[in-house]
Design a protein around this ligand. Structure first.
Ligand code: AMP
Ligand code: MG
Length: 407
C-alpha cells in the first residue's frame, strides 16, 4: 500500500497529453483550448456611434438648448453596416445609428432624443450642447491589435466563445476529447428499469461515471456491466485497450474471491503502477498503463467509486486535455471531521458562506455504500492521516464539485 502523495506522484509521471484538433467554433463549447487566442484587429475595429442620433461637429452645437436650438443641414445617413461616404462640413449633420461608422469630419454624436428627431426633412434642430467625442466608441478603446485574449488550456465557456467569435475565428484548435471505456463488474448487478431478483442490486456506478465523463469533457466510447468471469472481462478489456485513451472500472479490484479485474489487466499486458492506496474510502485503487491508455480500477462501493473518480480520474482527464490546473480551496469546519490514523480520509460535504467566510461540514452518512451522502453535497472534504479528528473552527481542504453552486 502506498500513500496518497506517492500515488499522485506516480500518476503524474505517467500522464500523457492528447493531441490537438481543429474544430468549428459552434462545436467548441466546453472544449479545452490548445492555442492562444490573440486579437486579430483592434476593438472596436472603427470609430462608431454608441447611440441612435446625429453625427455632428461639436463646435456647431455650442450654446444649443431646448429653448434655443441650433439648426443643422442633414446631408446623409450612416447606418450599421452601411456607412456614409460624405465628409461632414461645418453646419451639417448626418443621421448615425448605433454601431454605424462615424463619418469623416464628425467628432460627436447627439442622441436623437436631444433633437427634433429623424425625418425626411433636410434640416434638424439640435437642442443640446455636446462635447468632443461624446457617444463615440473609439477604435481600439477595448482591445489593441495583437493583444492576448485567451490562453492555451482554458475551458471554453460562453465568455471565451463570445470573444473568439468577436475576432472572427471560425475554427480553433482544441484538445481532442479523451475516448473513455467504463465498465462495472458483478454478477449481482442489473440495469435500472429491470425487475430486481433475489440478491441483486441496480448498477448505479456506471451511470455516475457516464455523467462524470461528460462533465469533465470526455467521450464514453464503451460502456458495459460485465459478469464476474475472466473471459467476458478479457474480451471487453482487450477491445478497450485498443480503442480508448482511458479505461475506468468499478468493482472487482478488492480481495474478494471473484475480483478478477486486476488479474485480467495484468494478463493483457497492462503495467501495474500501483494497487492499494492509504485512503478511505477506496483503498483497493488500481492504476496502470497500456500501450496508449491509462487504466483506473476503482472499488465497487458507490461512494468509493464516485469519490475515487473525482479525486483521481477527473484531474487526470483534465491534464490529458491540457487544462489549466484548478486551485485547491480551504474552508472552516462547522462540525468535526473524522480523520484516520493511517489513511487519507474523504467524505462528501457541504460548503457554504457564513459571515463572508467559506465554512463546511462533512456528510453525516459516512458509509462507503451510502450514495445518498452525495445528494446534499457540493464538495468533497479531504484530510491527511492523523491521530485525532479535525475540530470545528479548523480549516480543511475541499474539492468543489464544479457543477454545484456554493450555497
Ligand atoms: P466490489 O468492489 O466488486 O467488491 O463491490 C463492492 C460493493 O459495491 C458491493 O456491495 C457491490 O455490490 C457494489 N457494487 C459493485 N459495482 C456496483 C455498481 N456498478 N453499482 C452499484 N453498486 C456496485
Ligand atoms: Mg464485485
Amino acid at each position: 500500500m502506498i500513500s496518497f502523495q506517492e500515488a499522485k506522484t506516480i500518476i503524474n509521471k505517467n500522464i500523457f497529453q492528447l493531441r490537438p484538433e481543429k474544430v468549428d467554433l459552434v462545436q467548441a463549447g466546453g472544449r479545452v483550448l490548445a492555442q492562444d487566442i490573440m486579437a486579430s484587429f483592434p476593438s472596436p475595429i472603427f470609430d462608431n456611434s454608441a447611440m441612435d442620433g446625429f453625427a455632428v461637429r461639436f463646435e456647431d452645437t455650442q450654446g444649443a438648448s431646448v429653448k434655443n436650438p441650433v439648426t443643422l443641414k442633414m446631408v446623409s445617413i450612416s447606418s450599421a453596416g452601411t456607412p456614409s461616404n460624405m465628409f461632414l462640413n461645418p453646419g451639417e449633420c448626418i443621421q448615425c445609428m448605433t454601431g454605424a461608422q462615424i463619418p469623416e469630419g464628425a467628432n460627436s454624436i447627439v442622441m436623437v432624443e436631444d433633437s427634433s428627431g429623424f425625418s425626411d426633412s433636410d434640416t434638424v434642430q439640435i437642442m443640446i450642447e455636446t462635447s468632443k467625442g461624446k457617444h463615440i466608441r473609439k477604435m481600439g478603446e477595448e482591445i489593441q491589435n495583437g493583444e492576448s485574449l485567451i490562453e492555451n488550456g482554458r475551458t471554453l465557456s460562453p465568455s471565451e466563445i463570445g470573444a473568439i467569435a468577436t475576432f472572427g475565428y471560425g475554427e480553433i484548435v482544441v484538445s481532442k476529447k479523451p475516448k473513455v471505456a467504463i465498465f462495472g463488474t458483478g454478477d449481482e448487478l442489473i440495469e435500472p428499469g429491470e425487475d430486481l431478483g433475489e440478491g441483486q442490486i441496480y448498477n448505479s456506478n456506471l451511470y455516475v461515471f457516464k455523467e462524470l465523463v461528460d462533465k469533465v469533457g470526455g467521450e464514453v466510447l464503451m460502456q458495459d456491466v460485465i459478469k464476474d468471469d475472466k473471459n467476458s472481462l478479457r474480451d471487453f478489456l482487450s477491445r478497450a485497450l485498443e480503442t480508448c485513451d482511458i479505461i475506468i472500472s468499478s468493482g472487482g479490484v478488492s480481495m474478494g474471491r471473484y475480483d478478477y479485474v486486476r488479474d485480467v489487466f495484468i494478463e493483457l499486458g497492462v503495467i501495474e503502477h500501483f494497487w492499494k492506496v492509504a485512503q478511505k474510502p477506496g483503498k483497493p485503487l488500481f492504476f496502470g498503463s497500456g500501450d496508449s491508455a491509462l487504466i483506473f480500477g476503482l472499488p465497487g462501493n458507490p461512494v468509493s467509486s464516485y469519490i475515487g473518480f473525482i479525486e483521481w480520474v477527473y484531474p487526470v482527464i483534465e491534464t490529458m486535455m491540457g487544462k489549466q490546473e484548478t486551485k485547491k480551496v480551504k474552508a472552516i469546519l462547522k462540525a468535526p471531521f473524522p480523520r484516520e490514523k493511517m489513511k487519507h480520509r474523504f467524505l462528501f460535504g457541504e460548503v457554504w458562506i457564513e459571515d463572508g467566510q467559506l465554512v463546511c461540514q462533512p456528510s453525516k452518512k459516512v458509509g462507503s455504500h451510502m450514495l445518498s451522502s452525495s445528494l446534499q453535497a457540493n464538495c468533497i472534504l479531504g484530510a491527511m492521516e492523523a491521530d485525532s479528528p479535525l475540530q470545528p473552527g479548523e480549516s480543511i481542504e475541499i474539492n468543489l464539485l464544479p457543477w454545484k453552486a456554493i450555497k
